[in-house]
Design a protein around this ligand. Structure first.
Ligand code: MLT
Length: 415
């Protein structure tokens, strides 16, 4: 007889975005004449930029030649891409890192999920609430949570840090001592940000408590305002306490291509039960070599092209395109008096559901009566209840259409 990993029994029935996809599929099957606009999952719609496609073609052709063919690559990523990341995302911004502190991967979902491997089961985990569900689910799977409390909608043994309009979506420092802290800024799902001063409080907390911050900055490219940190390493001392996750998914439309990276500074240390100091960089390297054979050469060459002069220009245009969608969403909501947050430094707009409806009630009305898919806030955690997320990653045409429909349905949605 084989025994299962019983931690999985604690998980909620299905992953948020799969539940939504099933609901939408059912509705569209039953109503084949309705044209549903999807502003739910944060999946991009702009094609891969020409500079990247050119690099991809070149890499494909190389692979068909004797001299250019490549088999297994370095598990941590090719130096050409790690160097481009180092120079462009860090050194040019005054952040001093080394090449072997960067690990290229096939996505930030995998990185933020897999990272739990190198941490003890006994660590106390803090997460903001609402939150990207991967952080919680992967800690549940690896036994770091207690049971799920149905009534409260939370896991025991996990420290929830609520964010809502009441605290301006800025999490308070935990009252108790925690060992691992997940932060995501610009935030998914709320689209809100922290200033450098606000973020430095977290670095101070982590230093004082010897905790580790797991910082997801997948949306940094969408920041438009000054004094908003793109990397947590802009904060003094952060290199001693933080792992940073970055992704090309949203920045360069790689949701289908798959490429991301994680930064683990060599100064980042954890401890054995005997108090021995151990480098997390070493552990992650060991884990990577065992469980991963590297992101494909073709994909890494495609990613490298993001950092050329032309690549940067083309990517910037795409980002502007999405942020224009965010503006269309914000202004549409404003017009009909629906309160919203985010959408200025992030491609997500987080709206307050009108009329005290629940997030899922609003989801159903929006799907069935307005034919628009969004993401119910409560799907991201109990403090997301009463909120709803719209993504700016649709096409401009669909975003305009969706907002026209929402404005036309003002009475239905807001009365
Ligand atoms: C989201 O919609 O929150 C994201 O697209 C999910 C993801 O990046 O995995």
């Amino acid at each position: 007889m084989s025994y299962i990993n019983e931690n999985f029994m604690q998980l909620q029935e299905s992953y948020l975005f799969s539940t939504i996809a099933k609901k939408v599929e059912k509705y569209t099957k039953e109503n084949p004449n309705k044209i549903v606009i999807k502003l739910g999952i944060g999946d991009v719609t702009r094609p891969i930029v020409p500079e990247c496609i050119k690099a991809m073609h070149k890499a494909v052709d190389e692979m068909g030649t004797q001299e250019g063919f490549r088999g297994y690559g370095p598990e941590q990523g090719y130096d050409f891409l790690r160097k481009a990341i180092l120079e462009n995302d860090y050194k040019s911004k005054g952040i001093d890192l080394e090449i072997d502190e960067i690990f290229v991967s096939d996505g930030a979902k995998c990185d933020t999920g897999n990272i739990v491997d190198i941490f003890s089961e006994d660590n106390r985990v803090a997460i903001t609430d609402p939150v990207y569900p991967v952080y919680i689910d992967t800690n549940v799977m690896s036994g770091r949570s207690g049971r799920f409390n149905q009534e409260k909608g939370i896991y025991e043994n996990i420290v929830y840090l609520p964010v809502s309009a009441e605290n301006d979506f800025k999490p308070e420092l935990p009252k108790e001592k925690v060992d691992m802290i997940y932060l995501c800024f610009p935030n998914n799902p709320t689209g809100t940000v922290l200033t450098k001063e606000e973020l430095s409080k977290w670095v101070q907390y982590a230093k004082k408590n010897k905790s580790i911050i797991l910082y997801d900055s997948a949306y940094e490219a969408f920041i438009t305002q000054e004094n908003i940190p793109h990397s947590i390493y802009e904060i003094e001392g952060a290199k001693d306490v933080t792992i940073e996750f970055r992704s090309f998914s949203k920045t360069a439309g790689f949701t289908g291509i798959r490429c991301a990276y994680v930064v683990i500074p060599k100064t980042l240390k954890g401890y054995t039960k005997d108090g021995e100091e151990v480098s997390y960089n070493k552990l992650w390297n060991r884990r990577t070599c065992t469980k991963f054979n590297g992101t494909s050469y073709i994909v890494q060459r495609t990613a490298e092209a993001i950092y050329t002069k032309q690549g940067k220009k083309e990517i910037e245009e795409n980002i502007k395109y999405y942020m224009e969608n965010a503006r269309i969403i914000r202004e549409g909501l404003e017009e009909i008096g629906i309160k919203y947050y985010g959408g200025i430094n992030a491609p997500y707009v987080w709206l307050k559901v009108p009329n005290n409806m629940s997030s899922w009630e609003f989801f159903d009305i929006l799907l069935e009566k307005v034919n628009i898919v969004g993401t119910p806030g409560s799907g991201f955690g109990p403090h997301g209840e009463g909120y709803f997320r719209l993504t700016a990653f649709g096409t401009k045409e669909n975003t305009i259409k969706a907002m026209e429909r929402i404005k036309r349905s003002k009475n239905l949605l807001t009365k």
